[in-house]
Structures are given as C-alpha cells and as structure tokens.
Design a protein around this ligand. Structure first.
Ligand SMILES: Cc1ncc(COP(=O)(O)O)c(C=O)c1O
Length: 406
C-alpha cells in the first residue's frame, strides 16, 4: 500500500463513523471542487439560495408590504435567535446588524464607561480591522490605546479597560481560553469584546458558561450566510440594559415607527441594531442556518478538529511547517502552514479543483468546515498539495499573477 492509499483508507474509515456526513447534500458546490475556504466565505446551502429567491419574489409582488407580510421587520432578531444556540447563549441575546468592524466599535465604545480605566487594548496579531477600529476609537473617545505584543493580552487584563480579542486567531487558528480570560478580566474591572468571526459554527462556544458578556462575529464564514452577509452582536442580558449604543439608529429604538425625536432604546441586545437591515443578505443567512438545525456545536468542533489532524499529519509528511496548534483543544477550524511561495501554490491547487487561501507573507490556510467536507476530501487535497510541491508545478508564470483578493 502506498502512503496515499493508506491515508485514504484511514480517512474513509473516519467518514463511515461521521454523524455529519449527510449534511454535505444540503450544499450547492461545483462538481469536483474541494473547498477548503469555508473559513473565509462559506459555500451556499441550497436553502440559502431558495430563501434569496423567495425574498426577491416578495419584493417584486408584495413590495413595501413585505416588511410585515414576509416578516422582514423581525428577520434580524429571528436569525440572531438561531445563532444563539451555536454560541451558547439565549435567543434574545443575539441580533444581526452591520459588519463585525462596526459592531466591535459599537460594543467597545458602549462598554468603555463601565471599565475601571479608560483604555482600549488589542494585540498586534489580531485581524487588522480589530486593530484599526480600536486605535481610531480610542482617539475619538479620548481614551488611552495599547497595541499589545502578541501573546501578552492575558497579562494586560490587570490594567483595567477594554480588550478586543478573537476567540480563534485568523492566522494561526489558536484558540483563546475564554473562561480564563473572563475570570481574570472580572478581577480587574476589564471588559472583553470577543470577535467570534473564526469561531462561530465551528467551535463549541459556551459563552454564557464561560462568562463572556460582549461579542460580535461574522456570518459569511462557517455559517455560510453569503458574501457580505451581515454580522451578529451578542450582549449578555443584564449588561445590555446598562449600555447605550454609540450609533443609536432608529432600528435600535423601542418604537421606530412612532417617529419621536427622543431616543428610547429597545430592551436588551436589540438596542445594538442601528439602520435598516440588508434583507436579501439576511434572507440568505436565515436559509443557510437551516443546515445547522439539529447539529450540536460539540459535533461541529470535533469534526473540524478531526479534519485538522489529517492536515497536520500530511503536512508533517510533506515536511511543511505547521503554524497552528497541534493539540486539538488549542486549535480552531482551520490549519495554517507556512509556505514561502504560498501564493502560486494556492493558485496551482485551484487549477486542480482545490481551493485554499493565502495570507501574506507566507501563510496558506486550509479551512475545515465540518458540514460539507469529508475526511477523504481533506486527504485528497493534501495529497494534491504534496504533488504540487514535489513536482514544482506551482512555479508557472500564470500562478504568480496576483489578484486583489488572495
Ligand atoms: C477575525 C476577523 N474579524 C473581523 C473580520 C472582518 O469583519 P467585517 O468585514 O464584517 O467587518 C474578519 C474578516 O475576515 C475576521 O477574520
């Protein structure tokens, strides 16, 4: 037996024991495409496409009446309520609104007055938008700002203030111990705004049990809500009633159609809604969430990590440097490997029907969405990566031509 056929039969054995295997049929993926970029833009479940078509029809036939007749006015709340069990909180503690960038701003600015010190902190290896928002917000609000050295955030919690922090790092896939961070933050009057973009739909997040009180996350990655799908906001119920959104738009008003000049925020997390929600995108997201019905976050997480173990074993066999934690509980839903010529390698993979992504300067990320990928898919993708590297077939001029999005 070759090492590939051994890896393949081991992967097939894992697939036979996989409780999520039937979920693949819910997705509309091109024939022959091995899609390892669900951590960037999830593919469409057929139910998402159907829901967009239904929203289009409602728009065409019912026009403005659809806000009531098709329930558009409550869709942000209904879709938020469906995300709540995936992150371990109550249905009324989540609402869909805006983008992650905007929501990080809203939550951190709202929470700042409750922190022991007027300080906003973010680590230097956080996703760039988190850093840009944190720094500019501090400037606008007259707060101190600290860009922390990577890995030093836990120690910085004793300072008081606000920390913006990813639950799973976008580059390394390293998981943060939410419980430990929250316990430490609580002792020192620090509040943490969690960025759940790389965690939702792939990690077993028990936010309430872990003491997390403020979070935002995107819905176009593992939740498969579609390109530019709106983000979600979670605020723990008791805290929400003490916070005022810095962007108090009419959709966060208790009675938007009273058209009163004074502002009365909606109860709870819903006050973090701002303007009119993007209904076509929201409809897609609501449809996409059908694929998660009856699936436990624990099952999603276990499968993603089992897929990740294959990536790591095969990357080791190919002599590649693995940038992600090897131990399962410390690793999120993707595995990153360092490849100096990662950009053309990713293009060469795509030419062979395998999609991965590249983050400058040298990171190739392999996303392990548990709902539509099988262990066999991952074993095949890794064998192809090995072939491309061994043969040097990535070094063709067309694979070096850079596009705007990598
Ligand atoms: C960790 C993280 N935060 C934030 C974002 C950006 O969110 P948005 O474009 O919704 O503002 C991304 C995008 O990939 C991300 O990975």
């Amino acid at each position: 037996m070759t090492s590939f056929s051994q890896a393949l039969s081991a992967a097939q054995a894992l697939d036979r024991a996989d409780s999520l295997v039937g979920r693949r049929a819910l997705f509309s993926l091109p024939e022959g495409c091995l899609y390892l970029v669900g951590h960037s833009l999830g593919p469409p479940p057929a139910s998402a496409l159907e829901r967009i078509a239904a929203a289009q029809k409602a728009w065409q036939r019912e026009l403005v009446r659809s806000w009531n007749s098709a329930g558009w006015i409550d869709l942000a709340e209904r879709a938020g309520a469906r995300i709540a069990p995936l992150i371990g909180v109550d249905a009324d503690e989540v609402i869909i609104a805006d983008s992650v960038s905007v929501n990080l701003f809203k939550l951190a600015a709202a929470a700042l007055p409750l922190a022991r010190r007027k300080l906003i902190m973010v680590e230097e290896d956080e996703f760039p938008t988190d850093q840009y928002i944190a720094e500019e917000m501090a400037r606008q609000l007259g707060s101190a700002f600290q860009r922390l050295e990577a890995g030093s955030a836990f120690g910085a919690l004793k300072q008081g203030g606000i920390l913006i922090r990813s639950a799973v790092n976008y580059r390394s896939s390293e998981v943060t111990d939410i419980n430990a961070f929250e316990e430490e933050a609580e002792k020192h009057g620090t509040l943490i705004v969690w960025d759940l973009s790389h965690a939702t739909g792939v990690m077993d997040l028990s936010l309430r049990a872990s003491g997390a009180r403020l979070a935002a996350g995107c819905t176009y990655k593992y939740l498969n809500g579609g390109p530019g799908a709106p983000a979600f906001v979670y605020v723990e119920r008791n805290l929400a009633s003490r916070l005022a959104s810095p962007l108090p738009g009419w959709m966060g008003h208790d009675s938007p159609f009273s058209f009163t000049p004074d502002y009365t925020p909606r109860a709870g997390t819903a006050r973090f809604a701002s303007g009119t929600p993007p209904i076509l995108s929201l409809a897609a997201l609501d449809g996409a969430l059908d694929a998660f019905e009856g699936v436990s976050p624990a099952a999603l997480c276990a499968k993603a990590r089992s897929l990740g173990d294959i990536v790591i074993a095969e990357a080791d066999a190919a002599g590649l440097e693995v940038m992600s934690p090897r131990v399962q509980p410390q690793r999120g839903g993707h595995v990153s490997v360092r490849i100096k010529e990662g950009y053309p390698v990713v293009q060469a993979l795509a030419a062979n029907g395998i999609m991965a992504d590249f983050r400058a300067p040298d990171t190739v990320r392999l996303g392990l969405s548990p709902l539509f990928l099988s262990h066999e898919d991952v074993a095949r993708a890794m064998a192809q990566l090995h072939d491309i590297l061994q043969s040097g077939s990535w070094d063709r001029p067309e694979f070096h031509a850079r596009s705007k999005v990598t």
